[in-house]
Design a protein around this ligand. Structure first.
Ligand code: NAD
Ligand code: DAU
Length: 327
């Protein structure tokens, strides 16, 4: 078996690849993995096992159709993580988001078509639905993305759907809530706050800290992707949520406790533009149709994540230096 993973040097993609190489996904034991990753500021080769004989790492852009057409033949499946993923960056400069997330997805699917790969999972996000004050989104909810990042992901979902409908590619889409866990770039809320607090720095809480996100451990997300890869239906979308809704204030409070700091370490900064108030997914479909249930408790998962950053300063120091303008 052979699987090609785009964006496999990023946070979620690398977790998926490491877990696959540890033979933790039934049916994929012994599989070979090809990672195609451009190694943007967000990609880190050190998130992947350097010498695993079952891993082939290719530094490349998903916009490079020639490269993909050369690599794809012989693979049984593609899991597509590669994206520009940070909302704040998309507010400052959106072109790369459209380029990678929309055109990159189209370029990848064109190469899939040419090479006859049989199965594709397109990894997307709950942000395509916009913001919801109460209740939870089902998969049939209208798309109403608010940031250029979310809009580019919504567009990529539609491109992906069209390649299923038009060309019959066996493709499913996942839409997940906020992930946390080890190896996440220290520009996102949890790793930014943890690494700042561990370094004795302050943390920038946007607005009143009242925005709500639904948190899911990256290991649960990747297990859901594996389920969708194996059992998901073509042309279908699957929400993947964690059920752990927390305000940013509540997250901050817990991170202060876990790092032994207090509210004097928190800076109030102007709010994010068009800041989505709340995300909440209805995950009945994946639970009932594919038997998915998250398994990592939020309290334990968060404590373990803080512990991981405490023990792995080498991994995040470099990225932190690059992201210094955002700290
Ligand atoms: P990330 O930013 O950590 O990693 C993205 C990876 O893609 C990086 O390794 C980067 O080098 C690579 N990449 C970027 N542009 C590329 C290009 N043109 N060609 C090849 N590689 C390229 O992102 P992440 O948090 O791991 O997210 C992975 C996917 O999951 C994304 O599609 C994102 O939209 C989605 N998602 C993320 C979350 C979350 O909470 N992080 C939640 C739901 C969905
Ligand atoms: O919901 C899924 C999405 O979750 C993914 O599609 C995105 O790729 C991922 O980045 C994440 O988007 P968010 O914008 O929700 O994540 P972020 O970590 O950037 O912010 C989480 C919340 O914390 C949000 O309400 C903004 C707030 N925040 C964030 C940062 C970076 C702060 O208050 N201060 C900060 O410095």
């Amino acid at each position: 078996m052979k699987i090609l993973v785009t964006g496999g040097a990023g946070f979620i993609g690398s977790h998926y690849v490491r877990t696959l190489l540890q033979d933790q996904y039934a049916g994929w034991e012994g599989a070979h993995v090809t990672v195609v990753d451009k190694l943007t500021y967000a990609g880190n080769r050190e998130s992947l096992p350097a010498n695993d004989p079952r891993l082939t790492f290719v530094q490349g852009d998903i916009l490079d159709g020639d490269l993909l057409r050369q690599l794809l033949p012989g693979h049984d499946a593609v899991v597509h993580f590669a994206a520009e993923s940070h909302v704040d960056r998309s507010l400052e400069s959106a072109a790369e988001f459209v380029r990678t997330n929309v055109l990159g997805t189209q370029s990848l699917l064109e190469a899939v078509l040419a090479s006859g790969v049989e199965r594709v999972v397109h990894v997307s996000t709950d942000e395509v639905y916009g913001s919801i004050d109460e209740g939870s989104w089902t998969e049939t909810w209208p798309l109403a993305p608010n940031s250029p990042y979310a809009a580019s992901k919504a567009a990529s979902d539609l491109v992906a759907r069209s390649y299923w409908r038009t060309h019959g590619i066996d493709l499913s889409i996942t839409r997940c809530s906020n992930n946390y866990g080890p190896y996440q770039h220290p520009e996102k809320l949890i790793p930014l706050f943890v690494t700042n607090l561990l370094a004795g720095l302050t943390v920038p809480l946007y607005g009143e800290g009242a925005n709500v996100r639904e948190w899911l451990h990256v290991d649960d997300h990747c297990r859901a992707i594996d389920l969708v890869l194996n059992k998901g239906q073509a042309g279908e979308v699957y929400n993947v949520g964690g059920g752990n809704e927390r305000t940013n204030r509540a997250i901050t409070e817990r991170l202060l406790e876990l790092t032994g700091r207090d509210w004097t370490s928190v800076r109030r900064v102007p709010d994010r533009k068009a800041h989505d108030l709340r995300y909440s997914l209805d995950e009945t479909k994946i639970a009932e149709q594919l038997g998915y249930a998250p398994s990592v408790s939020f309290e334990q998962g968060l404590a373990d994540t803080v512990d991981w950053y405490r023990k792995n300063t080498d991994w995040w120091q470099h990225s932190k230096a690059i992201a210094a303008d955002r700290a």
